[in-house]
Structure formats: structure tokens, C-alpha cells
Design a protein around this ligand. Structure first.
Ligand SMILES: C[S@@+](CC[C@H](N)C(=O)[O-])C[C@H]1O[C@@H](n2cnc3c(N)ncnc32)[C@H](O)[C@@H]1O
Length: 379
């Protein structure tokens, strides 16, 4: 169920083609960063990341950011990595990128203009990467200044690559609650309400009722709570039983005024992966569900055909990207998780029933860049 919809409607042909172009755009930009920083010259001979850090005068803080770039270029056979003693050395293979970034960008914009903010962010971060590596700027300086904040807003609000998370999550949420009677729904990390809007708009489009559930929209950031409340209230004149509250899924819900065993559905779009200690947060949410209740998340996941998501390049300039507990079982590396690790995390939290909707192992047989997954656990 939902397989055809996922492969044809959710991740449609335009998105598939534009995503491939975006990958090429990223790789070409990464090549540019290596050339601008002089790392390209160093890679003409075998060299480790630690040696590069010393030669370029960087600090250890950027070790994993450089590794991310090298791993991504390695996947594309641009770099060869060889284990040597207890380190890894890297060397250029001689592969070159023939098309320039402007050309790739124009082709993508003809195809899917609403993906522009992803390209703009890759460009912005690439331009600033030499300064980031030198410690002159951090991710907040780059991404959240007066000019770039608009691109960030566009990325989350009108970007077709991102919209699939909201559309996908909203669709599966509507499916889940269609089997429940007057459910109580809690949304976590709701941000600017992209998921909430999709959920409501899909109900309006499907002529489904808006008064047969209660909905608590939550966020950790007060500013977002206020802004989103205003936006949601403008969607429809119909009465919706929705309230807006602060909730931090890293800390005890009881102390925040919530009760255990109290929700039929807890859901979130691209929110739960920011949890500091994922095992702890999933357990918190599990406890807040009534027996039979669902935890449903729509998350960016590492795809079979490309296990490194473009967005990671943008986010890995932020300290919060690295500020999570790694865990052998479920979160072996920084960045987005594989959907199989999400299932493992749900299982370890105690969910008796856990699945991806649609089944990712089936859709991945037909397309190798399935970068979004809806994961549901039933208590
Ligand atoms: C990537 S955004 C996704 C927002 C929204 N769901 C969307 O798709 O547009 C992640 C959200 O999680 C929120 N967040 C971060 N840490 C949180 C925490 N500990 N508890 C609850 N929300 C958190 C952030 O403020 C942010 O709005």
C-alpha cells in the first residue's frame, strides 16, 4: 500500500531528475571548495585529514566536515581512500566535473523551479566554506544572517524537495487517524507548521471533517509557536480544536505539564532526528502514547543509491548537527539515519508494531534515491 503513490506522486519524475542535478551541483561545488582552499593540490599525493588540518592551519573541529566532503566525493569516485596504519589517506583519482554550476542550475530550474532554495543554500554554504574551515564563520553566521534567513525560510516552506516530507507525513497521518475515533494528536517540533498545514489542507481537499480530532501543535521555540499559530488560523474559517504549546522532547514531559498514556497519535516532520539522545526521546514519546497509539514521523533518510543527503552538507556547519549522542545500535554516524535504524530505534523503545509506510525495502527496489521515509510505531 502507498507504494505507487510514493514512487509516482510523492517523489515524482521532476523531483527525481532535479535531485540528480542537485547532486551534480553539490559535487561540482565541493570540487570548487577543494580548489579554492588548496586542498586539491594536497590531494595530488596521498594525505590524511589530520595532515590537511595541520598544513592548512585548521582546527580539529572541522575534521568531520572535511570527512563528509571526502566521503561524498569518494562515493562518486573522485577521491580514493586507503586505510594506512590507524588512519585513512585520500588521493584524487583524476575524475573531473565537466559542466559548470551555472549550467547545471539552469537545467534544474527549467525542470523544478521550486527546488531553487536547495541550490541557493548549497551555493551559499560553498562560498562560505573556506571561511568556515578557517574558523572565521560558523553555520549560524552563514545560514541565519539577514540575507540568508530568507533562503532558509524558502527551503522549509516552498522547496519541492522538502515539501515531500510534509505531504508524505500528512498523508500517512490522515490514513492513521481514519482508523481512530476522535483521536488526540500531538505534533512535535512543528516549526513553521509545514506538516500541520498539509494535514489540514489534505482534509479540506478530501472533504473530511475538521472537528473530529483534538490537536496540540508543539515546538521548543516560542517565536515559532506564535508565528505558526497565526498562519494556521488563516487556513480556514472552520472550527478546529487546535492548541499551541511548548514542548521539548529532550526533557521530562511530566515536568512540562504533559501526561503519560494520553495521546492517540504523536507525530512530527523532520523533527525527531534533532533529539540529543534519540533512545531517550523515543522512549519519552512512547510513554506519552495511549496503548494502541501511534508514533509517526516523516524523516529525511539516507537512501540506498546515495547514502549522503545533500542537506547534510548545509547542516554540518551547525554545532547542533554534531551535538547528538551517537549509538552503535541506532545512530552509528552523524547526519540523517537509515530507515532501518529508525525501525531498530522504535523496536528498542518497546513498540510492538513498527513499519515504514510504504515499505521502504519495496520502493527502494524501484528507485534508488528514496530520501524520505514515514516511520510508524504502534504501542
Ligand atoms: C527541521 S525543523 C522541522 C520543522 C517542521 N516540522 C517542518 O518540517 O517544517 C526541526 C524543528 O524541531 C525543533 N526542535 C529542535 N529541538 C527540539 C526539541 N528538543 N524539542 C522539540 N522541538 C525541537 C526546531 O525548533 C525546529 O522547528
Amino acid at each position: 500500500m502507498f507504494e505507487e503513490w510514493y514512487l509516482n506522486d510523492l517523489i515524482n519524475e521532476r523531483i527525481k531528475k532535479s535531485w540528480k542535478l542537485c547532486d551534480l551541483y553539490l559535487l561540482t561545488n565541493l570540487d570548487g571548495i577543494l580548489k579554492k582552499t588548496g586542498i586539491f593540490e594536497l590531494l595530488k599525493n596521498e594525505i590524511s585529514i589530520n595532515e590537511i588540518i595541520i598544513k592548512c592551519g585548521y582546527t580539529d573541529k572541522v575534521f568531520y566536515s572535511i570527512k563528509w566532503i571526502f566521503d561524498r566525493l569518494g562515493l562518486d569516485d573522485y577521491l580514493l581512500s586507503t586505510p594506512l596504519n590507524d588512519t585513512i589517506v585520500y588521493k584524487l583519482t583524476g575524475k573531473t566535473y565537466k559542466r559548470n554550476v551555472t549550467e547545471i542550475f539552469s537545467e534544474a530550474m527549467n525542470l523544478a523551479p521550486l527546488t531553487q532554495s536547495t541550490f541557493d543554500l548549497i551555493k551559499l554554504v560553498s562560498e562560505n566554506y573556506p571561511d568556515y574551515l578557517e574558523g572565521k564563520k560558523n553555520g549560524v553566521d552563514i545560514l541565519f544572517n539577514e540575507e540568508s534567513i530568507n533562503i532558509m525560510n524558502e527551503f522549509y516552506c516552498i522547496n519541492e524537495f522538502y515539501a515531500v516530507h510534509n505531504i508524505g507525513g500528512g498523508t500517512i497521518l490522515n490514513y492513521d487517524i481514519s482508523q481512530r475515533n476522535n483521536p488526540s494528536i500531538l505534533e512535535i517540533g512543528g516549526g513553521m507548521g509545514g506538516g500541520t498545514k498539509q494535514f489540514i489542507l489534505q482534509r479540506i481537499a478530501g472533504k473530511q471533517k475538521l472537528d473530529n480530532f483534538t490537536y496540540i501543535f508543539t515546538e521548543v521555540a516560542n517565536k515559532l509557536l506564535r508565528a505558526t499559530k497565526k498562519e494556521i488560523s488563516e487556513i480556514t474559517n472552520e472550527n478546529i480544536n487546535i492548541s499551541y504549546k511548548k514542548f521539548d522532547f529532550n526533557t521530562d514531559p511530566i515536568e512540562q505539564g504533559y501526561e503519560n498514556n494520553s495521546f492517540d497519535v504523536i507525530w512530527g516532520v523532520n523533527a525527531l532526528h534533532v533529539a540529543k539522545d534519540l533512545k531517550k526521546s523515543i522512549k519519552i514519546l512512547y510513554n506519552m502514547l495511549k496503548p494502541g497509539g501511534s508514533l509517526l514521523i516523516a524523516e529525511t533518510v539516507r537512501a540506498d543509491g546515495n547514502p549522503m543527503v545533500q542537506q547534510e552538507f548545509i547542516l554540518n556547519t551547525l554545532d547542533s548537527y554534531w551535538d547528538v549522542v551517537l549509538d552503535e545500535d541506532i545512530r552509528p554516524q552523524y547526519g540523517f539515519m537509515h530507515w532501518k535504524n529508525w525501525l531498530k530505534a522504535f523496536e528498542l523503545a518497546g513498540f510492538s508494531n513498527f513499519e515504514t509506510i510504504p515499505d521502504m525495502s519495496e520502493v527502494e527496489k524501484k528507485y534508488d534515491n528514496c530520501y524520505v521515509a514515514m516511520i510508524r510505531g504502534i504501542k
